[in-house]
Every structure is written in C-alpha cells, then in structure tokens.
Design a binder for this molecule. Sequence first.
Ligand SMILES: Cc1cc2nc3c(=O)[nH]c(=O)nc-3n(C[C@H](O)[C@H](O)[C@H](O)COP(=O)(O)OP(=O)(O)OC[C@H]3O[C@@H](n4cnc5c(N)ncnc54)[C@H](O)[C@@H]3O)c2cc1C
Length: 389
Amino acid sequence: MASYDAVIIGGGNLGLWTAHQLAKRGLKRIAVLERYWLAFGATTRSAGMVRQQGGSETAIKLGKWSRNLYISLADELGLDSGFVETGYFVIAETEQEKAGFLELVKLRQQCGVENEWVDAAEGRKLLPFFNWDTFLGGTYTANDGYVHPPIIGRNITFAALKTGAVAAFEYCPAESIERYGSGYKVRTPKGDFESDRVIDAGGPRGARKVGAMLDIEVPVSAARHEVVTYPVLNGDFPARWPMFFVLGKGYYVRPEEQGALLGLSNPDEKVDRSERFQIGFDWNYFESMRPQLEAEFPAIKGQPICRSWAGSIDFTPDHLPIIDQPLPGFYVLAAGGHGMMWGPGLGMKMAELIDTGTVSDLPENEISLARFSQNLERHDLIALPFPTD
Ligand SMILES: Cc1cc2nc3c(=O)[nH]c(=O)nc-3n(C[C@H](O)[C@H](O)[C@H](O)COP(=O)(O)OP(=O)(O)OC[C@H]3O[C@@H](n4cnc5c(N)ncnc54)[C@H](O)[C@@H]3O)c2cc1C
C-alpha cells in the first residue's frame, strides 16, 4: 500500500490548489485522486467570473487572495494567467438592495479591496451597453475580472506537478475511507492509499459522499447552472468592457472574444442529489427570460447564440465555503459555488490548516462545519439564487 503525506480526493480547482500549496509548505508526497480526469468537474464548466466584491469578510478576502494568486502563479510559471481584468458591476434594483450594498462597500474597503457605489447616472457613462432605466446603481471594482477556466486548469495542474511532490491519479475514484493506524486508508480501484491527512475536495458531485464515508455530514449540494455565449454583439464594443451581475435576477455577463458570455440560474431550480452531472440546457427557462435579458442588455437582441452549456454548481446553505477538520486528519474543503473566484485562496487556507492547525484571518463562523448545526447568523448576500436545501 502506498503511503503519502496527504491524500486529496478530487482533482478540481480546489484539490489542485491545495496540493500545490501543501507542496509549497514542504510536504513531499501528496496524492491527488480524481474519479475522472483533472479539472473534469465544475471547474472547466464554469464561467470564470472572479469577483472581490463578496458579501462577507470571508468572501471578500478569498476573492482578493485568489485574484492575486492566479496572477502570481502565472508569473512564476512564465505562462498566461488566464485572468482578464475588466472591472465588475454588481447591480442593485431596490432600495433594500442598495442599503445592503452600501454597507458592503465599507466592509470591502476595510478588507483592502477598492470598491465604490456608482449611481445609475454615472453607471450609464461607464457601462453604456446596459439599460439602467429600472436600476438604482451598483458597486464597482475596477480590478475584478474573469479567468479562462481551461487555462486555470492547465496552470494549476502544471504548477502542482512541477513541484515534484504531487502525484495525480486519474480514473481513480475514492470508494471508501477507513481508519488505519494513526490515519486513514482510502480504497480505490487502483489500490489503497494510506495517509495521516485526507482532504475531501470532491466538489458538487463528491464532497457530500466523501464525507459520508466517515459519517461526516458535508452540506454541499448541487444544482443546475447555465451559460450561453454570443459571438457578436449589437453596437461598437471596446476589447474590454466591465462585467456585470444583476443580483436580483440571477444573471451575469462578461466579455467573451468579440461577444459576450451570459450565465444564469433559474430560482426554481431544485437540489439535485443524483450522481450525474447536469448537462441538459434548460431552453424553456432561457426563452422565458430572453425578452427581459434583451431589454436590459440590448446588445444581444437578435444575435445568434454560439455555445450553450449547463453544469452542476455546488452550494452550501449560507453560500460560504467550508475549510475545516471535522476529525483528526480528515479535512473538508468546499467553495459554496464560488470555486473559480475563491479556489486559490481556499487551497492556500486549507494548506495552512493542515500545516499549522489553524486558519488565520478568516472568521470561524464563516468557514466551519459546526456553523451549519447552529443558527446561521451570516450568509453571502452576493450569490446566485441557489435552491433551498
Ligand atoms: C456553469 C457553471 C458556471 C460557473 N461559474 C462560476 C464563476 O463564474 N465563478 C466562480 O467562482 N464559480 C463558478 N462556478 C462554480 C465553480 O465552477 C465551482 O465552485 C468550482 O469549480 C468547484 O471546484 P471544486 O474543485 O470544488 O469542484 P470540481 O471542479 O467539481 O472538482 C471536484 C472533483 O472531484 C472529483 N471527485 C468527486 N468525487 C470523487 C471521488 N469519490 N474520488 C475521486 N474524485 C472525486 C470530481 O470528479 C471532480 O473532478 C460555476 C459552475 C458552473 C457549473
């Protein structure tokens, strides 16, 4: 049986960043077990929006750290980071939303993120392609942007393997975990893996099930989330223009080549407990939304759609992440549906927890598993309309 300093279950953005960060902290033998192939899951299906404009301290800090880590990793590797800086508006429609957003601007500034409230009149100048008529304004961060998920998958895979400390095992599902000596034995069709440290980074389709292997309840659920791209837009667009998220309506838009990418979630989408990845695009919902989308972003009106896809997005009850150790040597890491904007930061913090036993700089009641069995005091306000679990 092979023995490792750490065994990570799940080779998505979270698992790979954890492997990389553990290697940086000096662990010498790290195994990443992936059921299919690296970055197979939500990671490559994502839209890649990277927002530092979170709705809580943890969300804001993870966004800030992750943006910087994507860029610094690429510098280290001498490769394209896959990060494109565009600026980002989170748009408010109601006075209640606006009041909440104004509070968040203060919190973001305290966390070292440049963020401001922009009224609709000013918004019209900065984002003239959006129809601001029924909106009050939005919060704006100039150095937010998006990543190209395949480039992110490539960079973090390359970086982790390049350390020489990480071995990746593809088509290697963890089938069970049992106590073994001072640690655990993970059974797979490719043999058993033994370690004092096992990390559950199974994502939307695995985190809950991997936790259950040790009777730990991991409240990570999956729901369908959908994306379309338009190759061409009405109007003269510059090469880069600000992304925007219409929070109340659950859709966001960013540049994509000479067109745009639009992601949306149906608020009536149900939790999906199946094992399958949700890849069927819901055209009925999209068509029902289309008149509204075209009225608010007229650049897409009448334009053909180039690509459409759906994927299983992960979420937690409060839309915040999990970075915890529910059993000695067994760790849980989950992104609450924000694994592209938070993945590097989450990997960094999980590595810190494994190495030092604590997570610094983040409030425990926004990252622990225990919070789910208590009254959830906080949640990330800036999130898609995830189903109620
Ligand atoms: C359409 C769509 C758009 C999105 N857009 C954004 C966005 O713009 N910004 C953003 O921040 N987030 C976005 N997300 C969410 C983001 O993609 C996820 O939060 C993130 O990818 C989660 O990373 P992960 O590593 O936890 O999960 P995954 O990428 O799913 O990786 C988990 C891996 O674990 C493997 N696994 C599971 N069980 C086992 C097992 N038993 N043994 C071995 N391996 C196992 C799976 O095969 C999988 O490869 C989007 C998601 C979707 C679906």
